[in-house]
Write a protein that binds this ligand. Structure first.
Ligand SMILES: Nc1ncnc2c1ncn2[C@@H]1O[C@H](COP(=O)(O)OP(=O)(O)OP(=O)(O)O)[C@@H](O)[C@H]1O
Length: 452
């Protein structure tokens, strides 16, 4: 912890905080004018107790904890005791300065002290039946209490965005914006522009100023989905932003201050990617302060019937139909599949089943599972004579959607923004279609480079 002492000595606002292992907490309460820093000189074991004691005396105080290699349970204990934020060590002087300044000047620290009831709708929105997901659901209110960055990993469709949204709406930032962006969908050359905005005249086609996503998320939460897709140049800018909480729109000389929480998600193992040089290690540490790993659906079969019933009720309501139940054979079919597209795939299968079923009980033959070949979906043949009108129409619509999206992506070399603009759909809706049909834009980027 020598580096912490040196850093603190360099910070005038904390000159009076004592760092002796036994006496510094009390000194900090009395002298630091609204901030307590807990550097963990004796390790983290006794820190939650100390924080709880401080919280008891000063409920509004922002408490920033310095951590290094802390485990989930240690971090959860710190948050439950009342920690508002964390600084991952080693941290630069400027990062300390920003965090301490932020803690000192945040009128009401965005820390939620009261427990969240289990029937809270946002927790219920994360539907689960398995032990693994029950443990994750139980952590969501804990993670929502503090303001540190969260990294959520798991295969596509496992519910990363559902968890991130739950954290936002359970937090003190709930009445401020929730802004989600898919980093893989932003063309490389536009990442900085999308995140930080630009001023009028910043470049040839910048006819008006654009605020950027960071500005849009001010006060709330910015969700960076597929964060591993950020090009290295953008990773450097994001890192600087996370450290300084300041940014400059493209073409502007004015530095803006941002107050928001960042939650990032990735389908790949970001730690391994960082070790192999595919992702900045320092950025990985800044994002991965708190962590959630969502298991794939095939590893939590207990969730399948519960999610299936949840989606069946949801789509019955949406289509104005009576609630449907499942025949034994239908559930068996669902349980035999290994769900490469995870919960998203299950949701679409149930949507189709509810739409196509003729009765109130979903039968095995209503459960249509596509062949597992996400990159090369086969055009499905259908027998007009044997299919009901509704079934035939549904197939044609789905085949049309897939073909249309693929055609536009091929025409725009995998650039999702341009393809969505050509379709006159917003990028999010276009992206949802891509995910529904498990279409990877990368496939079309490679296609272009083969051609040129
Ligand atoms: N536990 C859950 N309860 C209810 N709905 C869920 C759950 N998990 C996922 N879903 C639904 O499945 C779909 C995919 O979920 P989500 O977008 O959160 O996945 P993701 O892991 O973020 O996927 P991607 O990596 O492709 O971005 C959404 O429609 C979401 O509502």
């Amino acid at each position: 912890m020598r580096d912490v002492r040196e850093v603190l000595a360099a910070l005038s606002c904390c000159a009076s905080v004592e760092l002796s292992p036994s006496g510094y907490l009390q000194a900090a309460i009395q002298s630091a004018d609204g901030i307590v820093l807990v550097p963990g000189l004796d390790g983290l074991a006794t820190i939650p107790e100390s924080i709880a004691a401080i919280r008891h005396k000063r409920p509004q105080l922002a408490i920033v904890v310095a951590i290094r290699d802390a485990g989930d349970s240690e971090l959860d204990a710190l948050i439950l005791a009342g920690a508002s934020d964390f600084v991952s060590l080693p941290a630069s002087v400027s990062e300390w300065r920003v965090r301490l300044h932020r803690a000192l000047h945040t009128a009401a620290a965005p820390c939620r002290s009261e427990p969240v009831p289990e029937e809270e709708p946002r927790i219920r929105g994360f539907v689960h039946g398995s032990k693994a997901c029950a443990a994750i659901a139980a952590r969501l209110p804990t993670l929502a209490r503090c303001d540190a960055s969260v990294l959520i990993t798991g295969e596509t469709g496992t519910g990363k965005e559902v968890c991130a949204q739950a954290i936002h709406y359970l937090s003190m930032r709930a009445d401020r914006p929730w802004v989600a962006v898919n980093c893989g969908a932003i063309p490389v050359e536009l990442v900085e522009n999308e995140l930080f905005g630009h001023v009028k005249g910043a470049y040839t086609h910048a006819h008006s100023a654009c605020p950027g996503l960071v500005r849009e998320a001010e006060g709330g939460t910015l969700f960076l989905d597929d964060v591993d897709c950020l090009p290295l140049s953008a990773q450097a800018k994001l890192l600087r932003f996370l450290q300084e909480r300041e940014y400059r729109p493209v073409g502007s000389n004015t530095v803006h201050h941002a107050d928001l929480r960042v939650i990032a998600a990735s389908n790949c193992n970001l730690c391994t990617l960082a070790q192999s040089g595919g992702f900045r290690q320092d950025l990985y540490y800044r994002l991965n302060v708190l962590n959630i790993t969502l298991p794939p659906l095939r590893q939590r079969p207990e969730d399948v019937p519960i999610l299936a019933r949840h989606f069946a009720a949801h789509f019955a309501r949406e289509f104005g139909r009576a609630p449907a139940s499942f025949a034994y054979g239908a559930l068996e079919r669902l349980l035999r599949h290994d769900w490469p597209g995870n919960v998203r795939e299950l949701k679409h299968v149930i949507e189709r089943a509810v739409l196509l079923s003729s009765g109130q009980v979903l039968m095995a033959e209503d459960i249509e599972i596509e062949p597992a070949s996400p990159d090369l979906p086969l055009p499905r043949s259908f027998d007009l004579a044997a299919d009901s009108f509704r079934a035939a129409k549904q197939r044609v619509v789905e085949d049309f959607e897939r073909g249309y999206v693929e055609h536009l992506l091929a025409a725009h070399a995998g650039n999702v923004t341009h393809a969505a603009m050509a379709a006159k759909k917003d990028r999010r809706a276009f992206f949802e279609l891509m995910r529904k049909h498990r279409i990877e834009p990368k496939r079309f980027r490679a296609f272009e480079s083969q051609l040129t």
